[in-house]
Design a protein around this ligand. Structure first.
Ligand SMILES: Cc1cc2nc3c(=O)[nH]c(=O)nc-3n(C[C@H](O)[C@H](O)[C@H](O)COP(=O)(O)O)c2cc1C
Length: 145
């Protein structure tokens, strides 16, 4: 079994719930999932992986959370060429610009966004959003097998 990391930042738990559902999808598809808050994640481990997922809500003004996820992303960016990366996150009132910027950043670093788009959810994930998160997990499991 391949271990797939799901690294997230979440202030009020919405993105964390999404991370748990991505992990469920990975496990349903027969691979191992590890869900890690970004402060506990190791950039060098992700740089060794073929595929992983990153989650962060829209913060600031349509930005990644700046004290942890933004710094993590800066460290990661130069070593993700050829990788398959799932993106997800919750938002409140915006139009999803933070996610489009994030997708572009991942592609500019030479990686692919799993499913072509990050999953964005207004507030807490409902059943349909949870299913999308699981689908992402299943796609990640396929990407490493
Ligand atoms: C400081 C701060 C800035 C935010 N900025 C945005 C924003 O620019 N656009 C948006 O759609 N939501 C914004 N939000 C709303 C969060 O993205 C939303 O509450 C989300 O569900 C939080 O996810 P979490 O529970 O994983 O922390 C902001 C929230 C906070 C606390």
């Amino acid at each position: 079994m391949v271990q797939i990391s799901i690294v997230y930042w979440s202030g009020t738990g919405n993105t964390e719930l999404m991370a748990q559902k991505v992990a469920e999808g990975v496990r349903e598809a027969g691979q191992e999932a590890v869900v890690l808050s970004v402060d506990l994640a190791d950039v060098s481990e992700l740089k060794k992986a073929r595929a992983f997922a990153l989650g962060c809500p829209s913060m600031g003004a349509e930005q990644l959370e700046e004290t942890q996820m933004e710094l993590f992303m800066c460290d990661l960016e130069n070593g993700i060429g050829g990788k398959q990366i799932g993106l997800f996150g919750s938002f409140g009132w915006g139009g999803g610009e933070w996610m489009r910027d994030w997708e572009e950043r991942v592609r500019n670093a030479g990686a692919s966004v799993v499913g072509e788009e990050g999953i964005i959810v207004n507030g807490a994930p409902d059943e349909e959003a949870e299913e999308k998160c699981k689908e992402l997990g299943r796609a990640l499991a396929v990407a490493v097998s």
